[in-house]
Design a protein around this ligand. Structure first.
Ligand code: ATP
Ligand code: MG
Length: 417
């Protein structure tokens, strides 16, 4: 039987990887401009890290984690998200001792045992960014503006920013109780998951995609009416900063997140184009997480965006790099000249292809077309002896007599048309 990849794990083939690189490069450029440095952490951590950070009663920990016992009888887990590992490293290496304000970004694969469908896979990729050590809502606004800038610069105008506040350990319990009494009266309409979550994680019902639960929660109390004065002021300031920087957003008071560590500001970039896989990026403040993991009482805020969903939204735009020049030969000593010219041009940064197989001139020309080379040159005895050749621009057939040197070809192919 032929071997195939594991279900929900995808290959990214060369004709798609250009799009991925474009996404990654755009993110790196924007994040680095904002003062973020890359951190690379392992794809596997001790299981306990995720139980303690994401929360035992969340979907991720309850049913989506790839957890194994290794040969040393330790329970390990393939990371389902990035923040926990980044904060573990921040604490372990005492980065806060140098400077409690750290601006970190990461990218790489994440793993969740979910039902695969369009935009939802078992191995998927995230790019995320985190700021530690800042209570000021200015940090929230900078993070949101950076996310907005990313989508604008990558050319996607459709995902819209939604924000909410989830309060803090001081004000959330009262809201939780109010929501529970509301849900108690509608218990019959809730799905089995939400019935089970009623005690452990009732807020999650607001995010449930089952139609009965969506209906049952119409008119549910809003967290925003329960915010304590500190959380209320914080949320107003975030909004004021967003208004000051003309960043478009809307408030979605039903937005909750599937991870327990969030406090105060939470947000999503939402699209209508991927069915129920509507969130392309999501994040929020996690003021209690670092101390919960054994570090100092330092706040944090961050987000993660899903590369697969961004790649789907970018659609089939061309991101492959095409050759500048195809060198065809007549198959004699001219192949050596062509080879040396190709090597010289490659070293100087020109993208060159040539025939590998000693094929006929006609089939070499077919290959030049297939590779979509911008220019093509045929090198034969005459060209070798004169040191000049007619280089053809493939788009319109225009031929230019050019010196067969690195400098001569470079001048031609680098000239704006
Ligand atoms: P969803 O509600 O779609 O399950 P989530 O709330 O679980 O998303 P987060 O944990 O906040 O998502 O992760 C941030 C981003 O990572 C999401 O907005 C999405 O773009 C992406 N993402 C999450 N899970 C998957 C997955 N299984 N496959 C592909 N992308 C994913
Ligand atoms: Mg999920």
């Amino acid at each position: 039987m032929a071997l195939t990849a594991v279900k929900g794990f995808n290959d990214i083939l060369p004709d798609e990887s250009g799009r991925w690189q474009y996404i990654e490069q755009t993110a790196r450029r924007i994040f680095e401009r904002n003062g973020f440095g890359e951190i690379r952490v392992p794809v596997m951590e001790k299981t306990e890290l995720f139980c303690r950070s994401i929360g035992d009663a969340t979907d991720i920990v309850e049913k989506e984690m790839y957890t194994f016992t290794d040969k040393g009888e330790n329970s390990v887990t393939l990371r389902p998200e990035g923040t926990a590992g980044v904060m573990r490293a921040f604490i372990e290496h005492k980065l806060y001792a140098q400077d409690p304000i750290a601006k970190l970004y990461y990218l790489g694969p994440m793993f969740r045992y979910e039902r695969p469908q369009k935009g939802r896979y078992r191995q998927f990729h995230q790019i995320g960014a985190e700021i530690t050590g800042v209570h000021d809502p200015l940090a929230d606004a900078q993070v949101l503006n950076m996310l907005t800038a990313f989508f604008r610069e990558i050319g996607l105008t459709e995902p819209a920013l939604q924000i909410n506040s989830l309060g803090c350990p001081e004000c959330r319990p009262a809201y939780r109780t109010a929501l529970q009494s509301f849900l108690e009266e509608r218990m019959g309409q809730l799905c089995d998951d939400c019935k089970r979550r009623f005690v452990t994680n009732p807020l999650r019902t607001l995010d449930c995609k089952v139609p009965g639960c969506i209906e049952a929660t119409v008119g549910a109390p809003s967290m925003l009416d329960y915010l304590c004065s500190g959380c209320n002021d914080h949320f107003s300031s975030v909004r004021r900063y967003l208004d000051l920087s003309s960043t478009p957003y809307s408030i979605n008071s039903r937005m909750v997140r599937g991870l327990d560590y969030y406090t105060r500001t939470t947000f999503e970039m939402v699209t209508g184009m991927l069915g129920s896989q509507s969130a392309v990026a999501a994040g929020g403040r996690y003021d209690g997480l670092i101390s919960q993991l054994g570090g100092p009482a330092i706040p944090g805020i961050g987000f993660a965006m899903g590369l697969e969903r961004i790649a789907l939204l970018l659609g089939s735009q061309e991101f492959v790099t095409l050759p500048d020049l195809f060198i065809a030969t007549m198959g004699g000593a001219d192949r050596d000249v062509a080879f040396c010219l190709m090597e010289g041009l490659l070293k100087s940064g020109v993208r060159v292809e040539m025939d590998y197989e000693g094929k006929s001139l006609k089939s070499q020309m077919r290959r030049a077309d297939k590779l979509k080379a911008r220019y093509c040159v045929v090198i034969g005895e005459n060209e070798v002896s004169s040191g000049r050749a007619a280089v053809k621009r493939m788009a319109d057939g225009l031929q230019t007599d050019t010196a067969l040197t690195v400098a001569g070809i470079q001048l031609l192919v680098n000239n704006p048309q």
